[in-house]
Design a binder for this molecule. Sequence first.
Ligand code: SF4
Length: 549
Amino acid sequence: MASYLARTARAAATHSAVRTLAPATTTAAATAANATAAKSANATIPAISSVVGRALSMRADLGSASSYDPKPFPSLTVSGAAPLEANGVFAESQVAYLDPHQDDLDELKVALEAANLGVVAHFYMDPELQGLLAGVDWDHIVVADSLVMGDAAVRQAEAGVSAIAVLGVDFMTESVRAIMDARGFEHIPVYRVAPQEIGCSLASSAEALAYQAWLQTAAKKDNSLHVVYINTSLLTKAQAQATVPTITCTSGNVVQTILQAFSQIPDLTVFYGPDTYMGENLRVLFKTVSEMPNEQIKALHPAHDQASVRSLLDRLEVFQQGMCVVHHMFGDSVVDDLQTHYPDALLTAHLEVPGGMFELANEAAVQGRGVVGSTANILNFIITRTKEAVAAGNEDKLQFVLGTEAGMVTPIVKSVQKELMGQDAVKVEIIFPVASEAVHVTGESVEEGLSIVPGVSGGEGCSAAGGCATCPFMKMNTLDGLIDVANAVSEPGEMDNSKLLESLLPQRRGMKVNGVLASTLGSQPILHMRHLMTTGKISDELINDVYSR
Ligand code: SF4
């Protein structure tokens, strides 16, 4: 196995030599990401901004290039005929990662093939690793959002892989494990790729005592429903289900979940957690909806009108101590810079961003110039707008602000390159609202490694005022870790390998809540959500649970 230093030296050489990069062909991983995005976007329940945007019937504005002025944020410009253009050090790093060294690709392919290892990775994965996953010639790799990762692992198991490596945070590995168990693949091991715990600030906040106390309050109230964000552990979901009737939601379906629940259970109180920004953004969104004409509200949900939406606002409780550290970074100064320097840009934002950024992107969405929703909604919006611009056939430059974790850049660039291939009239600029100090200086010389890499190191270089849109937890997944897992799976008989693999199993498999496996009890809220997504209705089982506790 090539050493980390050798790899980083190769990456450094690429980094120093490459400022531009030719458009890449679409790889299996990028195709899978697109398929995933399309699947999520086509689910029964539409994205928030699409339903609000449709209801308001506002104009669609493709945006246009503004005349040049110094811009505070790095960006990447993709075109069909020209190489990728990087603006700023952060973007140059991303470009280098999108063009991995062939030796690294070969090493990864050999290791994955020998182990017959499937890989499921989250969109927020380290850009360097995503660049390799997108470039390697191996069929069993999927990059997706957390909801889809488990299903992707099942498909890989059906296709005959011997084991699955999960590149994400620990609750994602636990969820993949539970879904594999439920689908009859208990015999296929699922591994994390880092020996340390890979936490998540948001998931941790739902495991705190404060969350349990908040759920106890919910349990004491008649007709309570806990709507819990999917990005929490199975243990959280199990403990919640044991305390109060619970349904999971994603950032893409939460609005419809809440509207549907209130329509079927009129005297309901919804307790939403743990993401406080998302919960407060939902309150703003429902307030906006409550002021819309009734016919537009009915286009959102036929059972609702101004009075019913106003009434649900009084019965929507939001947990006040939950936060994703990444989305927290889209603070007020980011909003100010976006308004000042990118007035024509199309805005994308995850529903977890703070209020100022949410309101900016939501206003843009209402005007047909943006999207607020899940990672899949953001990717789908960018692809759709790019397709429309190419179909129009005019000279155009679309600017998209990426209001979520910067790891999304890899699937976005790969997808946009595919759409722009074979024409040169349309260009697409992806803007990263990260502060320049969100670039970490490693201390290595250019000869021996990467002297500068995007993202944080132990909190250094990350500014709440300026933004730092990379997840320090996701970045604990490394190429070395993945190759170590592959090598150990290839030769499990060696003592060191078996010890390593044992240490990389999901940590909390077998844990029980009230005598029931947490994986079983914690899956119930997910099954309730799947029922809603498939049928458009809250299940009778959940309604009975709400009324009978
Ligand atoms: S970006 Fe990181 S901290 Fe935020 S929810 Fe995802 S894993 Fe957790």
